[in-house]
Design a protein around this ligand. Structure first.
Ligand SMILES: [Zn+2]
Length: 324
């Protein structure tokens, strides 16, 4: 099956059981033969099969490394490790999350896949973890739009909200998100405790090349951007200026605002409530879909599946394991 043609209908047909899903996972993670997770040897392992005269059953999908003689399966060191959820249900969940523009709630996964709500919740968080992008190997260049938005929380107006925190009324209790979007390129979003120039400077310096051309609105905190890049244009939203052209260049933050619009529709409409401690996982999910927006849903699913490896360490440290 070609990856771009992967959709719900043929996932249902081809991955009717966990065994078929395992073979698919092996083909995706190991295109050049099995890789031993213990010693790293490539294509020097064989499948363990029960000997004809042996009564001992052999677990399906187990390989033995010809180098270090250790046994392993394709799920060792992945987000699927130690999970009792059948692999085909995992593939369904990955596809559903990859193919839904605004995300999918754990309640819906729970109903659609027949797993408990608690399992669905942890599955979704593990998948979001797989979607986390590696730190960029090079800084973003070209035209970069930077903006901030506020997610969730109750909108408090008047002095009450302002009194509780030192933030202006209206954004108290909300979580701040700053996104750096390369026009026609990638986006990276971060949850920041407080949007101040001091907090933003190191983050922007780390992500953006100093030769980039920055576009922001006139919000005062984005003065941080001046320190990072020499080329910096602003659109003045307070006087209803959203787009202007200078020397053939479009000065606007419309792309990053479009990204925020979709993020908010997802967080407010699908997830309803997102705890601040989990917000970075949701940002990984929305960034992942945005950064693969040119792909077909099936290709995006396969990309997520390929990223399921190398995630063991973090899960070991996490309380998530207790639930599986
Ligand atoms: Zn080995």
């Amino acid at each position: 099956m070609e990856n771009e043609k992967l959709n719900l209908s043929n996932i249902a047909a081809h991955f009717s059981d966990a065994e078929k899903a395992r073979e698919f996972l092996e083909a995706q993670r190991w295109p050049e033969g099995p890789i031993c997770p213990h010693c790293g040897e490539l294509d020097n392992a064989y499948r363990l099969e029960a000997k004809p005269d042996s009564k001992k059953a052999v677990r399906k999908g187990v390989w033995k490394c010809g180098g270090c003689r250790e046994q392993f399966t394709v799920t060792v060191g992945t987000i699927f490790a130690d999970s009792h959820i059948p692999l085909n249900k995992w593939l369904f969940a990955i596809h559903l999350l990859c193919a839904s523009k605004k995300g999918m709630s754990a309640h819906q996964i729970h109903r659609m896949l027949g797993v408990t709500y608690k399992s669905a919740w942890f599955m979704m968080h593990r998948i979001r973890y797989a979607m986390t992008q590696e730190p960029l190997s090079s800084k973003l260049t070209g035209v970069i739009e930077v903006d901030e938005t506020y997610i969730g929380g109750k909108l408090r107006t008047g002095t009450q909200g302002a009194r509780r925190t030192d933030r202006p009324a209206g954004i108290a209790n909300k979580a701040a998100v700053v996104s750096v979007l390369q026009r026609d390129g990638r986006v990276q979003s971060r949850h920041v405790e407080k949007v101040t120039a001091e907090n933003l400077k190191p983050m922007l310096r780390q992500m953006i090349d100093e030769d980039a051309h920055l576009m922001t609105d006139t919000s005062t905190v984005l003065k941080a951007a001046d320190v990072v890049c020499v080329k910096h244009d602003r659109v003045n939203h307070t006087v209803k200026e959203y787009v202007r052209y200078e020397n053939g260049l479009c000065i606007t933050t419309n792309a990053v605002e479009g990204y925020f619009a979709n993020l908010k529709r997802g967080i407010n409409g699908v997830y309803h409530f997102v705890g601040k401690q989990h917000l970075h996982r949701y940002l990984s999910e929305f960034d992942f879909r945005y950064n693969s927006r040119e792909m077909k849903d099936g290709e995006r699913t396969v990309m997520a599946i390929k990223q399921t490896g190398g995630k063991r360490l973090m899960l070991r440290d996490s309380r998530e394991r207790e639930v599986f």
